[in-house]
Design a protein around this ligand. Structure first.
Ligand code: NAD
Length: 491
């Protein structure tokens, strides 16, 4: 595949949304710069966000907008406002998940000495898993006192994001990929993420690897971000640490972001719609502009991307800043529009202090690097018990255990009761605080015995007929003989 840009005359259709708050202002400036730089794009404009929500569409995006996105497969999106209230779903999460945008790539770079920051040597790219984890959005109220959100981590999800991070590191000349997880606590879900990281890292011997527990990892990003190169992490941790990382470069208004899928890609700023400064002309368009630069590389217009990025660096070096960047090296504080004009005026110039950016067009494989996930042969799955979750406000662990033991079946015996994951029976402590939500673990009586679904149904029939309020069950299985469930805390 050649490194030259797309055919000179061909315009790439892209879908564009102006968004809410400062969105329309920063999008107008961004498009103006793209046009001045000679970007060969053909924008299709769609309505998303507040107005669409207010018209009664709880997803914030109209069916016609989906058609455009599926046609162009490239989305340049300004930030939108998610109305507060439980009736509205986050548009960003909906778009990312519906279109399978599994990788969120957020480069966070400091521009010292021109933008004030405590971390002048920072140049980190956060590759955040974008579709699963707690963002699956599967939440339930189970009892008077207890609410649940399911954390889903999948092998295909881990393989895709980890491979993407290594491919990104290799194709961008980066040296190290750091995995951040909380697998000391979530041994099965975060444990899978790290296990996949280890498996895939073997295929990239040229890239250094390391692992941090997310809490100390986040602290180190805040204090020593220059230690990191590429970071790969599950969805929630990535959401938090990428905002921290962007903020400590000097302004959350500086960072662009790419959301990459197998079919569609979306480019945006990492910040929100900033309603507090909307309409004042103070918004920094840099985040969206740098998102658009990533988009131009994606659609194989690397030379245009390079010209814009270098002109932008030169503008920052010349001390021409929006209000959020105001500092010692600021020569003039410019409005959103004037900042955009300053970038246009510098098209064709190179930065003097920063190394000029050099982009090349990605080969087709680098744009879509991972082989499609290939499902492995199914493991030998055997059911060995069941966790029965029970709502009971007035039970003590011993009372509940006594009641359930009498209701057990010949196949399944009560083995343990936990409350919020802590073992309270047998041998619990009176100091352990208990809510009205109990997990009651029944296991087979014999060591190598297995059960069928009908055994669980028998147990549930007896337990519910005995007046116990069952919330839900989780089957306890082994996979090729390996236990597929965690022990209770203190078990
Ligand atoms: P925000 O990022 O909009 O603003 C946080 C702070 O940073 C504000 O003080 C704001 O003025 C400032 N800021 C943000 N971008 C700036 C820029 N380009 N130039 C100068 N200053 C800038 O976060 P928020 O206030 O928590 O959220 C506002 C709305 O945006 C909410 O409705 C939220 O749901 C939405 N949001 C959207 C996206 C998105 O569309 N990708 C992302 C995050 C938040």
């Amino acid at each position: 595949m050649s490194n030259t840009d797309n055919t000179q005359t061909e315009r790439t259709p892209i879908t564009v949304a102006h968004g809410d708050g400062i969105g329309p202002e920063i999008m107008a400036v961004t498009l103006k710069i793209l046009e001045a730089a000679g970007a060969r794009i053909n924008p299709e404009f769609i309505e998303i966000g507040e107005q669409v929500y207010r018209s009664g569409n709880t997803a914030g995006i109209a069916p016609s907008a989906w058609a455009s996105l599926r046609r162009t497969k490239v989305f340049l999106k300004a930030p939108v406002t998610t109305p507060s209230g439980s009736g509205f779903k986050s548009l960003n999460v909906t778009v990312r998940k519906t279109l399978g945008l599994y990788a969120n790539v957020r480069p966070c770079i400091s521009y010292a000495p021109f933008v004030s920051t405590h971390h002048p040597k920072m140049d980190v790219v956060i590759v955040r898993e974008n579709e699963e984890d707690l963002y699956a959005g599967i939440e339930h109220r189970q009892t008077d006192e207890v609410f649940q959100c399911l954390k889903l981590i999948t092998r295909p999800g881990c393989e895709k994001i980890v491979r993407y991070a290594f491919e990104y590191a290799r194709s961008h000349g980066r040296k190290k990929v750091t995995c951040m997880v909380k697998d000391n606590i979530m041994k099965m879900t975060d444990g899978l993420f790290y296990q996949v990281f280890q498996e895939i890292s073997v295929q990239y011997p040229d890239i250094q690897t390391e692992r941090y527990i997310i809490d100390i990892g986040a602290a180190r990003i805040a204090t020593h971000p220059e230690r990191f190169d590429v970071i790969v992490t599950p969805n929630l941790y990535g959401d938090i640490i990428s905002d921290v990382a962007a903020e400590i470069t000097g302004s959350v208004g500086l960072a662009g972001s790419a959301n990459i899928g197998e079919h569609v890609a979306m480019f945006e700023a990492i910040h929100g719609s900033a309603p507090d400064i909307a309409g004042t002309g103070q918004a920094n368009p840099s985040g969206l502009l740098l998102g658009a630069v990533m988009m131009l590389v994606h659609i194989r217009q690397a030379s245009v991307a390079q010209a814009i990025h270098n002109a932008w660096l030169r503008t920052i070096e010349d001390g021409l800043h929006t209000a959020d960047l105001k500092g010692e090296r600021t020569q003039r504080v410019l409005s959103t529009d004037a900042f955009g004009q300053a970038v246009i005026d510098r098209l064709g110039q190179l930065p003097q202090h920063f190394a000029p950016v050099a982009y090349s067009n990605p080969a087709a494989v680098a744009r879509n690097p991972q082989p499609l996930y290939t499902r492995r042969p199914a493991a030998r799955k055997e059911m060995v018990g069941v966790d029965v979750f029970v709502h009971s406000a007035d039970s003590s662990p011993d009372f509940l255990a006594g009641r359930l033991s009498t209701l057990a079946t010949p196949m399944l015996k009560l083995q343990m009761i936990t409350n919020r994951g802590v073992k309270v029976w047998p041998g619990g402590f009176p100091e352990t605080f208990c809510t009205d939500h109990w997990r009651c673990r029944f296991l087979t009586v014999g060591a190598n015995q297995t059960i069928a679904h009908s055994d669980i149904i028998d147990l549930l029939a007896r337990v519910t007929q005995g007046g116990v309020d069952v919330i839900k069950t989780e089957n306890l299985c082994t996979f090729d003989g390996e236990q597929g469930f965690a022990l209770g805390q203190g078990q």
